[in-house]
Each structure stands twice: as structure tokens, then as C-alpha cells.
Design a protein around this ligand. Sequence first.
Ligand SMILES: O=C(O)[C@H](O)[C@@H](O)[C@H](O)[C@H](O)COP(=O)(O)O
Length: 297
Amino acid sequence: MKVGLIGLGKMGLNLGQNLMDHNHSVVAYDLNTAAVKELESKGAKGTSSLKELVEALETPRILWIMVPHSVVDSVIDELTPLLAKGDIVIEAGNSHYKESIARYNKLKEFGVSFLDVGTSGGMEGARNGACYMIGGDEEAWNHVEPIFKDTAVENGYLYAGKAGSGHFLKMVHNGVEYGFMAAIGEGFEVLEKSDFDFDYEKVARVWNNGSVIRSWLMELTEKAFAKDAKLDEIKGIMQSSGEGKWTVETALDLQAATPVIAMSLLMRYRSLENDTFTGKVVAALRNEFGGHAVVKN
Ligand SMILES: O=C(O)[C@H](O)[C@@H](O)[C@H](O)[C@H](O)COP(=O)(O)O
């Protein structure tokens, strides 16, 4: 199939190559001309505007948007007047499912189908086989299924149902990811605070072989400790780009109890501050009621 790929960042560039590996042709666009040139050198047709990209595709066009969450709307706004009835827009970044439903409804007015796709597996997945969670109209889905089948790992895609369901699934997936990673981090913190002398790379490796908690995240843990045995080179600041927050907000709306995910999100926020006012207040109170020592600046 012929795919118009918009967004050639870490994910888009890898996906473009993955598509071409499977004999799909890629017409590519990004504001970053160096990225366009790079994909061109691998066999894609590069373009220098969304208009040029759209004109290089045959109807019904397939447009795959792979841009940061913050610019999805501006891309769709610029793209919409260029499209024709029957075209299919795939948005495969990390968007909030409610935004995806709104985008679906808006494009529907123009007769354009919108598929919301949660993509997991990182850059490696985008390059060699990703995991996709897809929502939107089944008819549009049936038309584009081959490109998902080809660029996913085996059994690595699911048409989940109506508009929004793809990004809803990905949101919850990321909530699970937060909790899972927090538990791994906490486990190693207990080891680090003990008076045993563990080799963390070896610990992660043995936990990856036959244990209940073997997993890709544990493999990545093993890899990280192989590079830096005690992670001395990095600070414990845990950024977050929103999916965990959305999961917790949604869970609160649904009255679904998700303490593990919620705490893992709050711990990420906490990690952004070295010395917190909460910490000062708690320390002062302990000192007041129990005479417990405080550490002075
Ligand atoms: O499934 C995945 O491949 C990841 O979840 C991926 O989508 C991305 O790395 C996260 O969005 C990071 O999310 P945070 O920045 O919120 O940790």
C-alpha cells in the first residue's frame, strides 16, 4: 500500500523503514528536512509540504500521523482541507482518547475516517515490529489492516472497536507501565539499602530467566545495569508525558481504585523535587511530637 507518513521523529523514521521493509511505499513529510532526506535515502518519496504529500497519494489516501501529542491538532487542521471523502487518517501517537473521539467526529463531517492507534514497543518496535491498539470505524480498519499486520510483531495488533478505544487502551497500558516500572525500581531500592552486596545486572538477569517477573522491562533493567552498575551516572528524576495522569484521572471518574498506578504517578512528580516542603513539614512535626532529629541545612 502507499502511505503518507507525517512526522519523522524517533518513531516515524523507524516506522517508515519498517513499512518499506514490507514493500509498502512511503511518501514522507516532516518540518525537519534532514529527517525527510534520511528516509528518502532509504527509498521513501520525500515532500516539502503537507499539500505536496497529499497530492502524491491516490484516493482513498492513507495518512499516518506520528507527531508529538502537542502538535496533532495543528497537523490535522492543516491537513483536513486537503483531504477528500473516503481518505483515512491514522493517528498513532500518544493522544488522549477524548481528543481522538473529537478528531474522529470532526473528520467524519468531511467524510474522512479517523483511526486512533496506540503504539507500543518504543523505537525498536517501530523499526522491527510494534504493538498496536486501534479504534475507529471497522470499514476503514479493514482497508488498512495489511499495513498494521506487516509492521506489527506477530499477534501484536488489536482492532479494539469504536473511536477512542485504541488510545484508551494505550492510556491504560501506560498506567500499567508506570506501576510495573515503579515496582521494579522499588525492588532495587530495597536491595540497594540492604547490607548485601548484590550485582544488579546479575539479579535482573536471573529474574529474567524462569522467574514470575521476567519481562521486557526487566530485560531493559538488566541492560541499564550492564551499562552503569549502580546507575551512578544518572539522577532519579522521573519525567512523565501524561498517559499515567490520564489513566488516574479516568480511573477517578470511573471510581476504579488504582492505588498502585496513582502512587507511581505521584512518585514521579515527587522525584522532580530534591528537597520538598512536604518533607520539611513532616520532619518538623516528627521533631515536635517525638523529639526526632531534623537534618539542618
Ligand atoms: O508503550 C510504549 O512504547 C511507551 O509507553 C511509549 O509510548 C512511551 O515511551 C511512553 O509514552 C512514555 O510515557 P511517559 O513519558 O509518560 O513515561
